[in-house]
Design a protein around this ligand. Sequence first.
Ligand code: TUI
Length: 313
Amino acid sequence: MKTRITELLNIEYPVIQGGMAWVATAELAAAVSNAGGLGLIAAGGAPADIVREQIKKARTLTDKPFGVNVMMMSPYAEDIMNMLLEEKPAVVATGAGNPSKYIPSLKEAGIKVIPVVASVAVAMKMEKAGADAIVAEGTEAGGHIGEITTMALVPQIADAVEIPVIAAGGIVDSRGTLAAFALGAEGIQVGTRFICSEECIAHENYKNAVIKAKDRDAVVTGRSTKAPVRALKNKLTREYERLEKEGAPFEEIEALGIGGLRRAFQDGDVEMGSLMAGQVAAMVNKIEPCADIVRDLFSGIAEKAEKISAKIG
Ligand code: TUI
């Protein structure tokens, strides 16, 4: 396949692995890059030296380009950006905030910058600030989310910017890939399906929870505190819902979530852990190697497009 994304990133398939905190380690990133996509190490809430170690580890596992996703709300975001200027990964992706002030120095270091956004206005701001591409992430995604669906967001962002657009949120198989291209994207970002890869080191309880999930199980909490997060329904999300309904103080609601990611991904606590996952969790049914996932995401899309074309005349 050849799109502006494969050309920009020097990769075989236009797929980026989502920057999932705790899940997206050096092992997963290297496996996705070795499979011909672009793997990302998620910095999440980790300090810069830990992220640097992950980059060094990934370099022992792959010769292919990979990136680092920086969560802009992290207290370590600035430290991490400074470390990245030294380590120079091929790509820096960002989420949950505005990376504008870091873009000039990243680009000067030869690093490609790809912000994840959930609105047209922010996409335009990122293009102006010098982003190389943009991930348009719909509300179907897991984790911290915006309000607009992938179906509505991707074409609006594709119309509003010149730089290539990567669609994210709700993409789990080659039907989603084809739909993303139909909406004007030139690449896809996939998170949830990679949780259930062999190379992902997340706890097996968490992987099994994704595999067991049904269509309505990936629920949103935190709307009342303006920090909506999509995760699989469990004791934690029910507790959240109760506190939100009672109008509990902001601090009490927030306190509930602290450590939730670690509890899920590291300890395998499927009751009080935050099992972040997208709406397509229901469509992930097995654990398989990243190479099989990447191949399947693009399998037969030309034939599928032809079938549709024949159907609609
Ligand atoms: O960032 C994500 N997904 C995430 S981050 C995360 S860690 C976290 N954990 C608990 C609570 C909150 C965060 C888990 N999942 N996706 C990308 C994304 N970025 N979606 C929306 C945005 C975004 C939001 C605001 C990007 C930019 C922005 O503001 C830009 C501006 O101009 O201020």
